[in-house]
Design a protein. Sequence first.
Length: 273
Amino acid sequence: MSEPRILNEPRIMVVADQAAGAAVAADRIALTLADAVAARGRADWATTGGSTPVGIYRRLAAPPLTDAVPWSGVHVWWGDDRFVPRDHPASNVKALDDILLGIGGAEQGTAGGGWPGVPLPAEQVHPFPTGEAIGRARGAAWCAASLADELRAAGLGEVDGWPVFDLMLIGVGPDGHLLSVFPGSSAFDSSDLALAIAAPTHIEPQIERVTLNPAVLAVARELLVVAYGEDKAAALADVLGPEHDPRQWPAQLARLPGATWILDEAAASSLHR
C-alpha cells in the first residue's frame, strides 16, 4: 500500500488490490462506528451496493472486527437501491443480508456452511422499502418518500436541513456516477431528501432506482469512497482531474475536504500523478 497523499481535496489511498482495499476500508468503518457509538450512543451508517461492499462486509463479519464494533448501537441505511425486492440478486441490501447479517443463505464463509452474522438488531437495518412498495403497487416515488420520512423521524442531527450520517460508504461507477446519481441526473435539481430515478439506459442493470439526495454527502461526518478495477480508471481520472463538472462526473460531489478515497492500483492507474 502506498503512503496516503493529498490529491486536490480528498485524501487518496492507493492499495495493491481489492482485498487490500477491503481490509483498509473495513478497519476504518469499524473504528468510525465504534467512535460514533462512544460519542453519541449510536452510529448511523449509510452503506452502498454493487460489488464494492462485499469484501468489506466479509472483514466486518469476522474477528477481530466483528468484536470491535458495538453493533447494538449501529443503524444501517442505504444511499440508494434498485427498485427490486430485498432478496433480488440486483438488490443493494442482499449482500448485507447474506454476509453481515448471515440471513441470506447465499454466502459460504464458515465451517457451518454460512456466515454467522454480526449481532446487529434487525430493527436497526433501514433499507428503502422496495418490497413493500412493489407488493402494494405504490411505485418508486412512494418508496423514496417513505424512506425519507423514516430518516427524518430517526432523530439524526441536521445541517442545512440535511441529515448527518456518521459514515457514508460510497462506490463510483464506470461512468463516474455515485449513489444512483448519473451524469445529468434530475437529482441535481431536487430538494427532496430521497427520490426515484428512472432506469438508466447506458449502464447495467437497467432497473429503476431510488436514491438519497447527493446533498447529504457534504454534511456526513465521515465520507469513505472505495473504487476498484481498471474499468473505473478512465472515469476516476476525470473525477479527480483538473476540470470540475459534477453534472458530468457526479462522483466529484464526494471530492470533499476530509473525505477518504481508497483505490486499488488498477483503478488509480490513469490518475494525474
